[in-house]
Design a protein around this ligand. Structure first.
Ligand code: CU
Length: 119
């Protein structure tokens, strides 16, 4: 019996690891100058991949549905930008990626993960 419980626990841990660290965000959006809405819920940013052009500001409108503290901050690595995200209220973060490359944006624990693909 306890073996089964342990196995079930391992399966759950495996799923959590896969979900948070190994699954790559699928939804992708190309910046066109209009604000981009990003939903923050269930451990993922949707869309999680934003394509943008270097030097052009993009407005990201985060809407956080996940009330857990995990989701409360978004941090843009390498850009020195972070923001608190209120629950159920849109929060606009303007980002101007300086140079081509990939810039990750995550929650403070890096469970939520998205990226800016800059050309
Ligand atoms: Cu988190």
């Amino acid at each position: 019996m306890s073996l089964l419980v342990n196995l079930a626990g391992l399966v759950v841990i495996g799923l959590i690891v896969w979900w948070f660290w190994l699954s790559s965000p699928r939804a992708r959006t190309v910046a066109t100058g209009a604000p981009i809405d990003i939903l923050v819920d269930d451990g993922v940013y949707t869309p999680g991949v934003i394509e943008a052009k270097a030097g052009e500001p993009i407005e990201l409108r985060f809407l956080r549905k996940d009330a857990s503290p995990c989701a409360e901050q978004v941090i843009f690595e390498g850009l020195d930008i972070s923001a608190e995200l209120p629950v159920d209220r849109q929060k606009t973060v303007t980002v101007t990626p300086p140079a081509p490359g990939e810039y990750a944006f995550t929650c403070q624990m890096k469970m939520y993960r998205g990226k800016l693909v800059v050309r």
